[in-house]
Structures are given as structure tokens and as C-alpha cells.
Design a protein around this ligand. Structure first.
Ligand code: PGA
Length: 253
């Protein structure tokens, strides 16, 4: 059984003081929850410490949104896995905004995935096709390449720890989510199939795959009803307790 996971990607929102308010709103709404759902909050770097302090002992995980693959070094402006691992158990890697605006590619994403695993963190590796690629019928080619390259050389014993997020770029922040059935099909036929080719069937069935892209309270349940969707990576709707809490509840029901 794959444990459902709902991760909030706060992107470049929430100062430390705003983050404290949001976390306390979330915590008061989560009191009655059992631990059926793995909940993860991924604030910007400057809010990681205060959020981690507030979440201590709650069972809710903290994640970063990016990192360098090196342990330390002369990399101005970067942050290392060792630094993050003191506070975070998760790290989002290869998000399409990183790929589109900061020149990230599969090779770098792969280094980061391996560095996260080596440092005991759970990488949430994002893959997904652009609108143009989708319309040109290239979804399979693009997504399977991203999965294959991103997981290249990952130790077979670590693959179960990786979380993959399928985020079609055209669905992110647009309010235009993929259909639940369409997302499920990409996850089953392309993503799990690719994991199976590299790591075998058991791994393909064990690895968790989330859907991301305009997930909100009103459509979450539909996604979670799909057999191959194990939860969601939530952007905009993770910044409002009134949206995020029902998404978490839907994942647990
Ligand atoms: P969105 O973003 O939920 O605002 O579409 C999802 C993401 O970028 O992870």
C-alpha cells in the first residue's frame, strides 16, 4: 500500500512572520487528523526554520523547494543538502519553474536527486510536459525521458524513497487542471512504466506518484480516486488553510 502524500509548494510566498500565521491556521485544522496522509510543507528558505520549529512533534514534514547537489563549496547563493537535512526531510527537485526560468536540466536534477537520497532526504522529483509538447503529441517522449534521466544511477535500494510529481506545465497556476483520468493514464502508462523498465515492477508499484497543477479543494477528490495517483503537489491552494485542509482530508478518505 502506498501512503498518500500531500505536499504544499509555497513557491516564493510567505515571509517568516506570514508563514507562522499560516502554519498555526493549518495546525488548528489538522488536529483531528490521524496519520493516514503524509503532509509536507515546502516554504521558501527563510521560512524553513520557523516552520520546522512550529511543526516539531506534529508528524508534518518540512521540505525545501530546491538545493545544490554539492555538500559545500564556493557556490554563492546556493544551499547544500547537508544544510537542508538539519531541518528538512523533503526537497522538491526539478520543478518546471526551475527548469523554465533557471536553466535546470535532467542531468542537474539527477545529481540533486542522488544528493538528496545520500543525505537522507526524500526527493520530490517533478516531471511534466509543456503545452506545446502536449499538443505535438510528445508527452510520452518528454515525460519518460525526464523520469529515466532524473533517476539515472539511483541506487535500487533507494528508489522506493523517491516521490515523483507529475505536473503538466500547462496545468500549473493556470486554473486549468489535467483531467483526473488523463493524469492517471500518464502516471500509469508513462511514469510507472519507465520506473519499471529501470528498476522492475515492484519498484514501479511501490514508488509514489503525485499529481500537481491547479489542484484545489473542489477537484482534489477526483484525482485521489484514481488508482495510480498517490496524492498531490499543491501550489496556490497550499497558501490558504481553507483550501489546503480539505485537500489533505480528501487524500485521507
Ligand atoms: P499550482 O502549482 O497548484 O498553483 O498549479 C503546482 C506546482 O507548481 O507545484
Amino acid at each position: 500500500m502506498r501512503r498518500p502524500c500531500v505536499a504544499g509548494n509555497w513557491k516564493m510566498f510567505e515571509t517568516a512572520s506570514e508563514a507562522r500565521i499560516l502554519v498555526s491556521e493549518l495546525l488548528s485544522g489538522l488536529i483531528e487528523l490521524d496519520n493516514k496522509v503524509e503532509i509536507v510543507l515546502c516554504p521558501p528558505f527563510t521560512s524553513i526554520l520557523p516552520v520546522a520549529a512550529l511543526l516539531e512533534g506534529t508528524g508534518i514534514g518540512v521540505g525545501a523547494q530546491n538545493m545544490h547537489w554539492e555538500t559545500s563549496g564556493a557556490f554563492t547563493g546556493e544551499i547544500s543538502p547537508v544544510m537542508l537535512a538539519e531541518f528538512c526531510k523533503y526537497v522538491i527537485l526539478g520543478h518546471s519553474e526551475r527548469r523554465a526560468y533557471f536553466g535546470e536540466n535532467d542531468e542537474g536534477v539527477n545529481r540533486k536527486v542522488k544528493a538528496a537520497l545520500e543525505n537522507g532526504m526524500v526527493p520530490i522529483m517533478c516531471v511534466g510536459e509543456t503545452l506545446e509538447e502536449n499538443e505535438a503529441g510528445k508527452t510520452r517522449q518528454v515525460v519518460s525521458t525526464q523520469v529515466r534521466n532524473g533517476l539515472n544511477d539511483v541506487d535500487a535500494s533507494s528508489i522506493m524513497k523517491v516521490v515523483i510529481a507529475y505536473e503538466p506545465v500547462w496545468a500549473i497556476g493556470t486554473g486549468r487542471a489535467a483531467t483526473a483520468a488523463g493524469a492517471n493514464q500518464v502516471i500509469a502508462d508513462i511514469i510507472r512504466n519507465e520506473v519499471s523498465l529501470s528498476f522492475g515492477d515492484d519498484a514501479a508499484q511501490a514508488v509514489r506518484v503525485l499529481y500537481g497543477g491547479s489542484v484545489k479543494a473542489s477537484n482534489a477528490e477526483e484525482f485521489f480516486r484514481q488508482v495510480d495517483i498517490d496524492g498531490a503537489l499543491v501550489g496556490g491552494a497550499s497558501l490558504k488553510a481553507t483550501e489546503f485542509l480539505p485537500i489533505v482530508r480528501a487524500a485521507g478518505s
